[in-house]
Design a protein around this ligand. Structure first.
Ligand code: HEC
Length: 145
């Protein structure tokens, strides 16, 4: 009886050390595999960070809004060729359509809200960051700065 228990214990011991070895090598292997599949990709790593980094300090007409108008809108909306009657090639022209602020056709169009012609026509919608800057500028009373 005693001998039997002894043998059983030795067997159990052997078995558990075998099991431990198998588990350890499985763990080790999976670590290697996981490691080899993981590689840093700058775009993936900083994708979310970039959307968070939107510098909205010192938003001005000349520094923030005018350049956006110039490169995305003026081609169709200048005082000499005002698509839909709108011109965005000067502060006076832009500010003249903003008396309704965030309820203006201007704001509705660049945010591509329903009921407004999406602008820029045929181009990409402004980024969230650009829209944020324009919003800040409009809310500040669209100063000529
Ligand atoms: C490729 C030419 C083109 C570009 C680029 C363009 N527009 Fe327009 N836009 C038009 C035309 C044409 C109309 C008049 C017809 C219409 O409303 O769709 C118009 C109409 C508008 C209107 C009146 C829309 C409404 O629903 O009352 C606004 C506001 C406007 N544009 C703003 C902009 C702004 C801001 C930009 C730059 C982000 C821009 N547009 C870029 C051609 C353009």
């Amino acid at each position: 009886m005693l001998i039997f228990i002894y043998i059983q214990q030795v067997d159990m011991f052997k078995f558990s050390s075998y099991l431990r070895q198998v588990l350890l090598s499985a763990l080790f292997l999976s670590l290697i595999i996981m490691n080899s599949c993981y590689y840093d990709n700058e775009e993936d790593l900083y994708k979310n960070l970039q959307t968070v980094t939107c510098d909205t300090t010192n938003v001005t007409y000349s520094g923030s809004v005018a350049p956006l108008m110039q490169s995305n809108c003026v081609v169709c909306h200048s005082s000499t060729s005002a698509g839909g009657g709108y011109a965005f090639d000067s502060y006076d022209a832009v500010s003249s359509v903003l008396s309704d602020g965030l309820n203006s056709r201007f704001w509705g169009s660049i945010n591509q809200l329903s009921g407004y012609s999406p602008m820029p026509q045929g181009g990409n919608k402004f980024t969230e960051c650009d829209l944020k800057k324009i919003e800040i500028w409009i809310k500040a009373g669209y100063p000529n700065n």
